[in-house]
Design a binder for this molecule. Structure first.
Ligand code: 13P
Length: 270
């Protein structure tokens, strides 16, 4: 993927608003949701903001068909991937399978998978590199628990996750990637980080990318905030210079709310 595709006409990073549908919607429901989203999205701001949706595996094909047929300017995303291309991995889905479906973005290392399904840093790193190998863009999630935050360990935790996930990835590829800072205590709770805190952690992540992968990687990589983003708080959360968009869970299930978040992201970066 060319980094240039993700630059706005002004040469700034193009904000990305991604809807993580998690384990919601049958394929029939997903078709209705994507049609409603198409109707709700204001096409004007989409010149400056990119939008992706991440249905469950069972709905990817249906959503892709509607996106293509109706020429809806929304990128297709997946919520997870395996690191091998094929083989004896019952129940898993490989990078080439997703790439062939037109998937552009793949969420890797979501905290729900790390915490509730035992996904390790090493597996996240393998998934990330496999996603890049297949020509797709990883959205790599990092974030601290409430206890880690209270202990003042936020930077240490997110930088540790970042370093482990991006170990061995070439700077030119890092420049095309997406990282999502999702504090675990803010996911699905209605509590968000303050815009100041979100901006500060995103800036810390970008600084680390600059120190370890160079200035071009730091300038190109997009860093999203996630955790209880909705249509009311999106504008302030996305106002920071280092916040390049949002990874949205609950509010992305409502096409009108999700479209409003995309419009807020466009306004925040105008
Ligand atoms: P909520 O927006 O529901 O808090 O979920 C955030 C998230 O986990 C997105 O990946």
């Amino acid at each position: 993927m060319s980094p240039a595709r993700d630059q706005s006409p002004q040469g700034r990073r193009r904000p990305l608003v991604s809807g993580n549908w998690k384990m919601n919607f049958t394929h029939l429901e997903a078709i209705q949701v994507i049609q409603k989203l198409s109707y709700a999205l204001d096409r004007g701001p989409l010149a400056t903001v990119e939008v992706s949706v991440h249905p469950a595996f069972t709905a990817l094909r249906s959503v892709q068909t509607v996106l293509d047929a109706d020429e809806i300017p929304v990128a297709l995303g997946a919520q997870d991937v395996h690191w091998e291309d094929k083989g004896p991995w019952t129940g898993e889905v490989s990078p080439p399978m997703l790439a062939k479906l037109g998937v552009r973005y793949v969420i890797v290392g979501h905290s729900e998978r790390r915490q509730r399904l035992g996904e390790t840093d090493e597996q996240v790193s393998m998934k990330l590199r496999a996603t890049l190998r297949a020509g797709m863009t990883p959205i790599c999630c990092v974030g601290e628990t409430a206890e880690q935050r209270d202990a003042g360990e936020t930077d240490q935790v997110v930088l540790g996750q970042l370093g482990s996930a991006l170990e061995g990835v070439a700077p030119a590829e890092v420049a095309t990637m997406v990282v999502a800072y999702e504090p675990i205590w803010a996911i699905g709770t209605g509590r968000t980080a303050t815009p100041g805190d979100a901006g500060q952690v995103c800036a810390t992540l970008r600084r680390e990318v600059g120190e370890r992968w160079g200035a071009e990687a730091a300038a190109g990589i997009r860093i999203l905030y996630g955790g209880s983003v909705d249509e009311r708080n999106a504008a302030s959360l996305l106002a920071g210079d280092d916040v390049d968009g949002a990874l949205v869970g609950g509010a992305s299930l409502d096409p009108v709310a999700f479209a409003a978040i995309a419009a807020a992201a466009a306004a925040a970066t105008a």
